[in-house]
Design a protein around this ligand. Structure first.
Ligand SMILES: NC(=O)c1ccc[n+]([C@@H]2O[C@H](COP(=O)([O-])OP(=O)(O)OC[C@H]3O[C@@H](n4cnc5c(N)ncnc54)[C@H](O)[C@@H]3O)[C@@H](O)[C@H]2O)c1
Length: 321
């Protein structure tokens, strides 16, 4: 059933989530407090959609004209939330901003609306008005959500179990992979593991043990190839568990404790090397951001299509033949 979906925030995640829900057959309204961001979101959605269509990941009839009909960009929350069945909160990760937007959602959205936060690390539930709690949950996507399939779903403390089931079915109906978590933990599973990797990476680079290029070489050519096929725990079974016991007892290696800063990261940011959007970060990228996104998406699509053919021996959809 097509839902009326209100997406709040049109930034890195919001514009892409609007596209995902539109491709899922829903009627989407998108808003942002920044009119320039709302304007920019149109071009970003169009470009991402064109890439998906070109590589067979979206139907050919999903043209720019189709997109203009499927996603309406609106300047006010009131217009965006009118008659909404699902509210997707994808605004900045700041508690005061989220609390204020939930108060407005409470004032303006129909009572039947499901409220879904895309928060990464912040617990949104204390920020949501009491009477909305039974229909509030987290649906956390990864960037770019039109290519990364995992969606973490976490019930709020008073969330009706039917809402969780509805969210799971909604995600699955769009061809994505819902993961219903038992409880809220900041960063869910994937981001927590990514944070542990990041702690190690920051230490290696800050201590001068390895360059950015060397670290990525080790990850891409050593760590990454096996992960889609065997995950981490199925890989452990292939390694043999006693070796892992020995590795745990091996006092020559201690994972770094979480650090609040990385000197390399701080000096890059101070030099204006803030990432692809700025033309440089750990690497030099140049100014054609759209072409870089296109090049990333093209490779991710090719990998996804290959993975579909290969299958996985770990996690959801596990096959052992
Ligand atoms: N960037 C990622 O990779 C990623 C991945 C998963 C989850 N998230 C989460 O998604 C949320 C959004 O992150 P992002 O990276 O898209 O942020 P972003 O900064 O790119 O975009 C946030 C947008 O929200 C707008 N905004 C702020 N207050 C608003 C309001 N009251 N109403 C409407 N719009 C408002 C801002 O103008 C901005 O355009 C955060 O909670 C973040 O933690 C981000």
């Amino acid at each position: 059933m097509a839902l009326k979906v209100a997406v709040l925030g049109a930034g890195t995640m919001g514009h892409a989530l609007a596209l995902v829900y539109a491709l899922g057959g829903h009627e989407v309204r998108l808003t942002d407090t920044s009119m320039s961001m709302l304007d920019k979101a149109g071009g970003l959605m169009e470009k991402a959609l064109a890439g998906l269509v070109a590589h067979g990941e979206a139907p050919a009839e999903c043209t720019a004209e189709w997109l203009a009909g499927a996603v309406t960009r609106l300047p006010t929350l009131a217009e965006t939330l009118e008659d909404a069945d699902l509210v997707v909160e994808a605004i900045v990760e700041q508690p005061d901003a989220k609390r204020a937007v939930y108060a407005e959602v409470d004032r303006l959205a129909p009572m039947h609306a499901l409220i879904a936060s895309n928060t990464s690390y912040l617990d949104p539930f204390p920020l949501i008005p009491a009477r909305r709690q039974p229909r509030s949950l987290i649906m956390h996507w990864y960037t770019p959500p039109y290519l990364v399939d995992l969606v973490d779903i976490v019930a709020g403390p008073e969330c009706d179990p039917d809402c969780v089931a509805d969210a799971r079915d909604l995600v699955a109906a769009m061809g994505k992979v819902p993961l219903v978590m038992k409880t809220f933990v900041p960063g869910y599973i994937a981001n927590r593991i990514q944070s542990a990797i990041a702690a190690e990476v920051y230490k290696l680079i800050d201590d001068g043990v390895a360059t950015a290029e060397e670290i990525d070489t080790a990850i891409v050519h050593g760590l990454a190839l096996r992960i889609p096929v065997v995950g981490v725990l199925a890989k452990a079974d292939f390694t043999g568990l006693p070796l892992l016991q020995h590795a745990l007892r091996n006092a020559t290696y201690q994972p770094p404790p979480p650090a609040e800063r990385s000197s390399t990261l701080d000096s890059l940011v101070a030099a204006g090397r803030t990432g692809v959007m700025a033309g440089a970060g750990y690497y030099d990228w140049g100014k054609d951001t759209a072409a870089l996104f296109e090049a990333r998406d093209r490779r991710l699509i090719a990998l996804k299509q290959a993975m579909r053919g290969i299958g996985t021996m770990a996690g959801a959809g596990r096959q052992v033949d």
